[in-house]
Design a protein around this ligand. Structure first.
Ligand code: LLP
Length: 422
């Protein structure tokens, strides 16, 4: 099982390439992804029959293309994510793309019907809406087992407080509805949030088994959902993947035996595959004292990385000098690291419940680069144009070479959709 890495506050390279060089060539703020890390994470999960990447975590089509070439399939939660998958070369056939949501909007339903995509239904209404347009469809049901987990209330996706999935006592109704519309339930799925608690996991597996027995022999696939954690600090850890797999595998095996046919076991991680591959590189633009607080202000803000302001999430932070030299010999100071936006909450070192928290870092100077680590999941994809900031460029490092996979936005991009009426 993997051990939590040591996070250093000094870094001068990403995947063997100088941070200062990357910043010089592509500008800052800059998202940099290391493909080797993604490959390693895919390899960790090779015991599962199907790895389905939750592209919401990091959906650049170059990343999706590289996933596809490594036999990782995808989920899609919107019309746009279906189109991303198609643009990255995924086939609409063989469940390579599965639409997973709690509703269909009109455009998503049209696209699903056009390509006859497999659907993971998160509400009973989706069964009838799909059945009306595609009688004979096979579907997966996303079950809310009545409890959940998650690093924050906002990311807990099970239990009565969560809008997600089909409530576990309504399976009967759903099967009747499916029958009525000529739809067959061939898969079951549960995604209840992120957590390392394996005792909790055995409850999830029991719930899956119970529901699968209720649906019966039409089931050919079960999905463990996403939610595999990655450590964002030294006090956190990975899940014990061996135990995690064994619990799901034995659930699957019992179902195969009861049904008399093989049952495929899927996993649907987002964060696990992409978080640790990604780095947000920013430049220090001001170092100032405000009362007792030392503020280090970057050219990246919560418009680039929203997790700290949104969930109080911790991201490891490291520093690199402007000429690429090491910063290990500098004094360590307590610094509050923030961005350029017009809100006092634009702080990367905050925690849930308060925003001005400091971090022990090497003394920063204007022109240094600051690297927000583990930013490859829910980083760029949650970026916005708030304060009319253009979104950052993205670079992929592959075989020791940096490749631009998304150019920096321009002012023209910002106003492209806007109209001044006469
Ligand atoms: N499958 C489904 C149906 C999901 O809703 C999600 C995440 C995943 C898979 C992938 O979960 P993961 O393996 O990445 O934990 N923005 C938040 C996370 C929201 C996750 C929502 N659903 C964050 O930055 O932590």
């Amino acid at each position: 099982s993997l051990t939590t890495p040591k996070f250093s506050t000094s870094r001068h390279q990403i995947a063997g390439i100088s941070v200062a060089e990357l910043a010089k060539q592509y500008g800052t703020p800059l998202y940099v992804y290391d493909l080797n890390v993604i490959e390693q994470r895919i390899a960790d999960l090779s015991q599962f029959d199907v790895i389905r990447y939750a592209q919401k975590a990091c959906g650049n089509i170059a990343i999706l293309d590289r996933m596809r070439r490594r036999d990782v399939v995808v989920d899609a939660v919107s019309c746009g994510e279906i189109q991303r998958a198609l643009a990255a070369g995924y086939s609409p056939h063989d469940h390579q793309i599965v639409y997973t949501a709690d509703i269909f909007d009109a455009a998503a339903l049209d696209l699903v019907v056009e390509h006859k995509l497999h659907v993971n239904c998160g509400s009973p209404d989706m069964i009838s809406q799909l059945g009306e347009r595609l009688p004979g469809a096979e579907v997966t049901l996303r079950i809310n087992p009545g409890f959940g987990h998650g690093h924050s209330q906002k990311t807990n996706t099970g239990g009565e407080q969560s809008k997600h999935g089909i409530w576990h006592t309504q399976i009967d109704d759903c099967l009747r509805r499916a029958d009525q519309y000529g739809v067959t339930v061939t898969g079951l799925h549960m995604h209840i949030g992120s957590g390392t608690d394996l005792e909790h996991l055995s409850e999830v597996c029991e719930a899956m088994e119970r529901v699968a027995m209720e649906v019966g022999r039409t089931i050919t696939t079960i999905s463990a959902g996403g939610g595999l954690p990655v450590p964002y600090s030294e006090s956190e850890s990975y899940v014990d993947l061996e135990k995690y797999f064994q619990l799901w595998d034995s659930t699957r095996n019992r179902l195969s035996e009861s049904f008399g046919h093989p049952v495929t076991l899927e996993i649907e991680p987002g964060r696990y595959l992409s978080a640790e591959s990604g780095f947000l590189v920013a430049e220090v633009r001001s170092v100032k004292k405000v009362g007792e607080n030392l503020f280090v202000l970057l050219d990246a803000g919560f418009n680039d990385l929203a997790r700290p302001v949104m969930y109080g999430s911790h991201h490891p932070i490291s520093v690199c000098s402007s000429d690429g030299a090491a910063v290990e010999d500098r004094d360590t100071v307590e610094a509050v690291v923030g961005g350029p936006l017009c809100e006092s909450g634009d702080i990367f070192t905050q925690r849930e419940g308060g925003y001005v928290h400091s971090r022990a870092l090497p003394m920063c100077r204007v022109g240094d680069f600051v690297i927000l680590e583990n930013a490859g999941a829910y980083g760029f994809v949650m970026a916005s144009n708030y304060n009319s900031k253009t979104r950052a460029a993205e670079v992929l490092i592959e075989h020791g070479q940096a490749k631009l996979i998304r150019r920096r936005e321009t002012f023209e991009d910002l106003i492209r959709c806007e109209i001044i009426p006469e």
